[in-house]
Design a protein around this ligand. Structure first.
Ligand code: HEM
Length: 508
């Protein structure tokens, strides 16, 4: 009995000494890097810093030269290599692309996306990409995109801004930008207008479901798989919200797709060759290399992926853009002058339309948008698992058991990449000596991803961003409501945590 008592006492003293040593070592070395604890690994540091996870990871990466090995709890399969080193990004996304598919881990986390383009690899991914690009590069696509955008801006977006400007009331800019993106992407993809952007701000469950879904998806990266699976089974916390979001997507998409299919069959759709729906049905029918489920499921997955790609990515970018402008009034003035000069507008003249060629002349505006995406890339991180052993340019060894996390947020905030003035908001950074747009390699600026999986909606995104930004800047002035605590959401897409409250002043 005595022996047992002494053994237990010695064990307690040993554990206590170990914990104290770990704690003191961290304090003395003044490092932000997480302490490694027995059994639970480095998880406590992640949980403690979860509310500011993007900044915390960035701080750790700055201190560790851009790459950090995270050790999860034992048996939790959570060990990760976190890297924002451009040489590693170039290697993973381009040079050795075939060794870094999305893989089954990604698919497990993003199960809500089914067989859509974000979730699949190899031939199915290639076919998705080819099909989507065939529509997006069609001669009529840019015209359709611009027509849809100007239509919604004139008929729905501006009347709301005008009404708020007249009343002098504040509004959540992020909310109306999300509604604008949701309506315009749905109209473009499915020729259906959900009318979530309206002066009475209707509750459209599918539109709001995106925010809940992206929140839960980051959470799944950070806690052990067994924990989120248990939450899912018990239907509690973020998993409950994800299930509800899933239902909201299905309730919106299935009937909408069926109706459009009927119209397609009755041939009441104009230009049927040039529709996303016809192109994906053709793709589904041509696929003979594995089970894609029913056509309805496949179309649901495909459209959900594209709506996710187009909804929050653009609204998050413009929201942060206006936050930066409020902090940098000189930049706003310069953009306004550029718009007036390049579009030959008088100060008091209404900006109602500009075409693609005119859009390309807005170089300073382009620079300011890129600078926004450097600080707040819409997609905060990317997730990969190697197929085979590999050695990264940083010297780190990865195996098929290594989960690689590439935080794009951190890449944009490294002095080693962007120079001493990396914390300054400088659109000039993106302008060449000859006054054109300066190209930065995607492994240094991965906001639109890098390598063969580069975003296919990049041009479309800039069209959307420039039309919205130029319309607001020329016709209105946006003032931030004071005393707001602005920080990014802890989610896959970098939104503003509690929205962006602003007042609108009419200029024209
Ligand atoms: C500011 C706006 C946007 C940003 C920052 C952005 C960024 C990205 C990023 C980082 C990826 C890689 C995602 C991954 O592989 O997990 C991606 C992929 C993609 N994006 Fe965008 N995107 C934007 C707008 C759009 C728009 C408007 C569309 C149009 C629907 C779009 C369509 C796509 C598609 C289809 C992919 C998948 C490409 C592939 O896997 O081959 N994006 N985008």
């Amino acid at each position: 009995m005595d022996f047992l008592k002494y053994s237990l006492l010695i064990l307690i003293i040993l554990c206590f000494t170990y914990f104290i040593t770990c704690y003191l070592r961290n304090r003395w070395t003044k490092t932000s890097a997480p302490t490694y604890w027995p059994f639970v690994g480095m998880l406590p540091a992640i949980i403690l810093n979860f509310h500011r996870i993007h900044d915390y990871i960035t701080k750790v990466l700055i201190e560790t030269g851009g790459t950090f090995e995270f050790k999860g709890p034992i048996f939790a399969y959570m060990d990760m290599l976190i890297t924002c080193d451009p040489a590693n990004i170039h290697h993973i996304f381009s040079k050795n692309f075939s060794n870094y598919p999305k893989g089954p881990e990604f698919r497990k986390i993003f199960d809500i996306l089914g067989n859509g383009i974000f979730n699949v690899d190899s031939e199915l991914w290639e076919l998705h990409r080819k099909t989507t690009m065939s529509i997006m590069s069609h001669a009529k696509f840019q015209t359709l995109l611009e027509r849809n955008m100007w239509n919604i801006i004139e008929k729905r977006f501006r009347p709301i801004l005008d009404a708020f400007a007249e009343q002098g009331n504040s509004l959540d800019l992020q909310d109306i930008l999300q509604r604008l993106s949701f309506d315009s992407i749905t109209k473009l993809l499915l020729d259906h207008d959900p009318r979530s952007l309206s002066i009475d701000f209707p509750h459209v469950p599918c539109e709001k479901a995106f925010t809940d879904a992206i929140d839960a998806l980051l959470f799944r990266h950070i806690i052990p798989e067994s924990c989120w699976k248990l939450q899912k089974w018990l239907q509690i916390g973020k998993e409950k919200k994800l299930t509800q979001a899933w239902e909201a997507f299905d309730e919106f998409l299935y009937p909408c797709i069926s109706q459009k299919q009927e119209e397609l069959m009755k041939k009441t759709i104009k230009d049927e060759e040039f529709t996303f729906l016809a192109a994906y049905i053709k793709m589904y029918n041509s696929w003979n290399k594995g089970d894609l489920g029913t056509l309805q499921n496949f179309l649901r997955d495909t459209f959900l992926n594209l709506m996710l790609a187009g909804r929050d990515s653009t609204s998050s970018a413009i929201t942060w853009f206006f936050w930066f402008l409020a902090k940098n009034p000189l930049v706003e003035t310069k953009i306004r002058e550029e718009i007036q000069q390049q579009l030959h507008l008088k100060k008091e003249e209404n900006l109602k339309f500009f075409n693609n060629e005119e859009m390309l002349k807005l170089v300073y505006l382009h620079g300011a948008l890129c600078e926004t995406l450097r600080f707040f890339p819409s997609l905060s991180l990317e997730h990969k698992v190697p197929l085979a052993h590999d050695i990264l340019p940083s010297g780190h060894h990865v195996t098929p058991k290594t989960r690689l996390i590439i935080p794009f947020y951190s890449t944009g905030r490294m002095e080693t990449i962007w120079g001493k003035d990396y914390l300054e908001f400088k659109p000039e950074r993106w302008i060449s000596e000859r006054g054109g747009i300066k190209h930065e390699p995607s492994f240094k600026f991965p906001a639109f991803n890098a390598g063969p999986r580069t975003c296919i909606g990049k041009n479309m995104a800039f069209t959307h961003l420039k039309i919205v930004a130029a319309t607001i800047i020329h016709n209105y002035h946006i003032q931030l409501v004071e005393a707001q605590n602005i920080s990014p959401t802890t989610s896959i897409i970098m939104l503003v945590k509690h929205g962006l409250k602003v007042r609108v002043v009419k200029r024209v």
